[in-house]
Design a protein around this ligand. Structure first.
Ligand SMILES: Cc1cc2nc3c(=O)[nH]c(=O)nc-3n(C[C@H](O)[C@H](O)[C@H](O)COP(=O)(O)O)c2cc1C
Length: 166
Protein backbone atom coordinates (compact mmCIF):
# COMPACT_ATOMS: atom_id res chain seq x y z
CA UNK A 1 0.00 0.00 0.00
CA UNK A 2 1.40 3.43 -0.87
CA UNK A 3 0.51 6.37 1.35
CA UNK A 4 -2.47 7.52 -0.69
CA UNK A 5 -3.85 3.98 -0.72
CA UNK A 6 -3.40 3.89 3.07
CA UNK A 7 -5.27 7.21 3.43
CA UNK A 8 -8.12 5.80 1.33
CA UNK A 9 -8.18 2.51 3.24
CA UNK A 10 -8.36 4.16 6.67
CA UNK A 11 -11.95 4.77 7.57
CA UNK A 12 -14.02 4.98 10.71
CA UNK A 13 -14.77 1.37 11.56
CA UNK A 14 -17.97 0.96 13.57
CA UNK A 15 -18.25 -2.83 13.50
CA UNK A 16 -15.58 -5.33 14.59
CA UNK A 17 -15.12 -9.09 14.44
CA UNK A 18 -15.25 -10.98 17.71
CA UNK A 19 -11.53 -11.78 17.62
CA UNK A 20 -8.62 -10.42 19.68
CA UNK A 21 -6.02 -8.08 18.20
CA UNK A 22 -2.89 -10.14 17.35
CA UNK A 23 -0.05 -9.20 19.73
CA UNK A 24 2.50 -8.66 16.91
CA UNK A 25 0.18 -6.14 15.23
CA UNK A 26 -0.40 -4.34 18.52
CA UNK A 27 3.36 -4.15 19.13
CA UNK A 28 3.88 -2.71 15.63
CA UNK A 29 1.20 -0.07 16.21
CA UNK A 30 2.69 0.86 19.60
CA UNK A 31 6.06 1.50 17.99
CA UNK A 32 4.52 3.63 15.21
CA UNK A 33 2.76 5.74 17.85
CA UNK A 34 5.98 6.11 19.83
CA UNK A 35 7.70 7.55 16.72
CA UNK A 36 5.17 10.37 16.29
CA UNK A 37 6.48 13.94 16.34
CA UNK A 38 5.50 16.44 19.03
CA UNK A 39 6.24 20.10 19.76
CA UNK A 40 9.78 20.42 21.21
CA UNK A 41 9.75 16.58 21.22
CA UNK A 42 8.04 16.70 24.62
CA UNK A 43 5.82 13.64 23.89
CA UNK A 44 3.11 14.75 26.36
CA UNK A 45 1.07 11.58 26.04
CA UNK A 46 0.28 8.11 27.27
CA UNK A 47 -1.79 5.34 25.74
CA UNK A 48 -3.76 2.72 27.65
CA UNK A 49 -4.66 -0.53 25.92
CA UNK A 50 -7.92 -1.81 27.37
CA UNK A 51 -8.94 -5.33 26.43
CA UNK A 52 -10.44 -6.94 29.53
CA UNK A 53 -14.21 -7.23 29.90
CA UNK A 54 -14.52 -5.27 33.13
CA UNK A 55 -12.60 -2.19 32.02
CA UNK A 56 -14.16 -2.27 28.52
CA UNK A 57 -17.58 -2.10 30.19
CA UNK A 58 -16.45 0.95 32.17
CA UNK A 59 -15.55 2.67 28.87
CA UNK A 60 -18.82 1.64 27.24
CA UNK A 61 -20.57 3.56 30.02
CA UNK A 62 -18.71 6.69 28.87
CA UNK A 63 -19.66 6.33 25.20
CA UNK A 64 -23.13 4.86 24.89
CA UNK A 65 -23.16 3.56 21.34
CA UNK A 66 -23.89 -0.13 20.71
CA UNK A 67 -21.30 -0.42 17.95
CA UNK A 68 -18.30 0.27 20.20
CA UNK A 69 -19.14 -2.88 22.21
CA UNK A 70 -18.03 -4.98 19.22
CA UNK A 71 -14.42 -3.74 19.54
CA UNK A 72 -12.16 -6.27 21.35
CA UNK A 73 -9.75 -3.47 22.34
CA UNK A 74 -10.06 0.23 23.05
CA UNK A 75 -7.04 2.51 23.27
CA UNK A 76 -7.41 5.53 25.55
CA UNK A 77 -5.22 8.34 24.18
CA UNK A 78 -4.18 10.64 27.02
CA UNK A 79 -2.66 14.09 26.93
CA UNK A 80 -0.70 15.91 29.62
CA UNK A 81 -1.03 19.67 29.19
CA UNK A 82 1.60 20.38 31.85
CA UNK A 83 4.20 18.34 29.95
CA UNK A 84 3.25 19.84 26.57
CA UNK A 85 4.81 22.87 24.89
CA UNK A 86 3.03 26.19 25.41
CA UNK A 87 3.73 28.94 22.87
CA UNK A 88 4.95 31.98 24.75
CA UNK A 89 3.50 34.73 22.56
CA UNK A 90 -0.13 33.68 23.02
CA UNK A 91 -0.09 30.95 25.68
CA UNK A 92 -1.39 28.29 23.26
CA UNK A 93 -0.89 24.80 24.66
CA UNK A 94 0.00 22.21 21.99
CA UNK A 95 -1.07 19.00 23.77
CA UNK A 96 -4.13 18.62 21.52
CA UNK A 97 -2.05 18.88 18.35
CA UNK A 98 0.53 16.41 19.68
CA UNK A 99 -2.02 13.82 20.73
CA UNK A 100 -3.86 14.17 17.41
CA UNK A 101 -0.71 13.37 15.44
CA UNK A 102 0.10 10.34 17.58
CA UNK A 103 -3.51 9.14 17.40
CA UNK A 104 -3.51 9.32 13.62
CA UNK A 105 -0.23 7.36 13.59
CA UNK A 106 -2.14 4.73 15.54
CA UNK A 107 -5.03 4.70 13.07
CA UNK A 108 -2.84 4.59 9.96
CA UNK A 109 -0.53 1.90 11.36
CA UNK A 110 -3.57 -0.17 12.31
CA UNK A 111 -5.01 0.22 8.82
CA UNK A 112 -1.74 -0.91 7.29
CA UNK A 113 -1.93 -4.00 9.52
CA UNK A 114 -5.47 -4.77 8.32
CA UNK A 115 -7.12 -3.53 11.51
CA UNK A 116 -10.03 -1.14 11.93
CA UNK A 117 -10.12 1.97 14.14
CA UNK A 118 -12.34 4.95 14.77
CA UNK A 119 -11.58 8.29 16.36
CA UNK A 120 -14.03 8.79 19.22
CA UNK A 121 -14.09 12.15 21.03
CA UNK A 122 -17.78 12.39 21.87
CA UNK A 123 -17.41 10.53 25.16
CA UNK A 124 -18.19 11.65 28.71
CA UNK A 125 -14.81 12.94 29.96
CA UNK A 126 -15.92 13.38 33.59
CA UNK A 127 -17.28 9.85 33.72
CA UNK A 128 -14.07 8.43 32.28
CA UNK A 129 -11.98 10.48 34.72
CA UNK A 130 -14.06 8.98 37.56
CA UNK A 131 -13.37 5.35 36.55
CA UNK A 132 -9.94 5.34 38.17
CA UNK A 133 -8.36 4.27 34.87
CA UNK A 134 -6.72 7.62 34.16
CA UNK A 135 -3.28 8.30 35.68
CA UNK A 136 -2.69 11.57 37.56
CA UNK A 137 -1.90 14.56 35.38
CA UNK A 138 -3.48 13.09 32.24
CA UNK A 139 -6.76 13.82 30.45
CA UNK A 140 -8.40 11.49 27.94
CA UNK A 141 -8.45 13.08 24.48
CA UNK A 142 -9.54 10.29 22.17
CA UNK A 143 -10.86 6.75 22.44
CA UNK A 144 -9.74 4.47 19.63
CA UNK A 145 -11.56 1.14 19.29
CA UNK A 146 -9.27 -1.36 17.60
CA UNK A 147 -9.95 -4.73 16.04
CA UNK A 148 -10.46 -6.74 12.89
CA UNK A 149 -12.97 -4.78 10.81
CA UNK A 150 -16.34 -6.31 10.02
CA UNK A 151 -17.60 -3.43 7.89
CA UNK A 152 -17.27 -2.68 4.17
CA UNK A 153 -14.91 -0.19 2.54
CA UNK A 154 -16.77 3.07 1.79
CA UNK A 155 -15.94 5.85 -0.69
CA UNK A 156 -14.56 9.04 0.88
CA UNK A 157 -16.74 12.14 0.99
CA UNK A 158 -14.42 15.11 1.12
CA UNK A 159 -14.40 18.75 -0.02
CA UNK A 160 -13.00 19.24 -3.57
CA UNK A 161 -9.23 19.74 -3.94
CA UNK A 162 -9.53 23.36 -5.17
CA UNK A 163 -11.62 24.30 -2.14
CA UNK A 164 -9.25 22.68 0.35
CA UNK A 165 -6.12 24.06 -1.32
CA UNK A 166 -6.23 27.77 -1.86
C1 LIG B 1 -11.40 14.58 16.23
C2 LIG B 1 -12.39 13.53 15.76
C3 LIG B 1 -13.42 13.14 16.60
C4 LIG B 1 -14.32 12.15 16.20
N1 LIG B 1 -15.25 11.70 17.10
C5 LIG B 1 -16.10 10.70 16.72
C6 LIG B 1 -17.04 10.17 17.65
O1 LIG B 1 -17.11 10.57 18.80
N2 LIG B 1 -17.85 9.17 17.21
C7 LIG B 1 -17.78 8.66 15.94
O2 LIG B 1 -18.53 7.74 15.63
N3 LIG B 1 -16.89 9.16 15.04
C8 LIG B 1 -16.05 10.15 15.40
N4 LIG B 1 -15.12 10.63 14.51
C9 LIG B 1 -15.04 10.05 13.16
C10 LIG B 1 -15.52 11.02 12.04
O3 LIG B 1 -16.91 11.07 12.04
C11 LIG B 1 -14.95 10.52 10.70
O4 LIG B 1 -13.55 10.52 10.74
C12 LIG B 1 -15.41 11.38 9.51
O5 LIG B 1 -16.81 11.29 9.36
C13 LIG B 1 -14.74 10.91 8.20
O6 LIG B 1 -15.02 9.54 7.96
P1 LIG B 1 -13.86 8.46 7.81
O7 LIG B 1 -13.08 8.45 9.08
O8 LIG B 1 -14.58 7.15 7.58
O9 LIG B 1 -13.00 8.84 6.63
C14 LIG B 1 -14.23 11.60 14.89
C15 LIG B 1 -13.18 12.01 14.06
C16 LIG B 1 -12.26 12.94 14.48
C17 LIG B 1 -11.10 13.30 13.57
Amino acid sequence: MNFKELCLARQSCRLYKNEPVPQNKLDYIKECVRLAPSAVNLQPWRFLVIDDKERLQQIHECYKREWIKSAPTIVICLKNETEAWTRQCDGHNHADIDIAIATEHLCLAATEQGLGTCWVCNFDVDKLMATGLIPNGYTPSVLVPLGLPADEQRPKTRKPLDVVWG
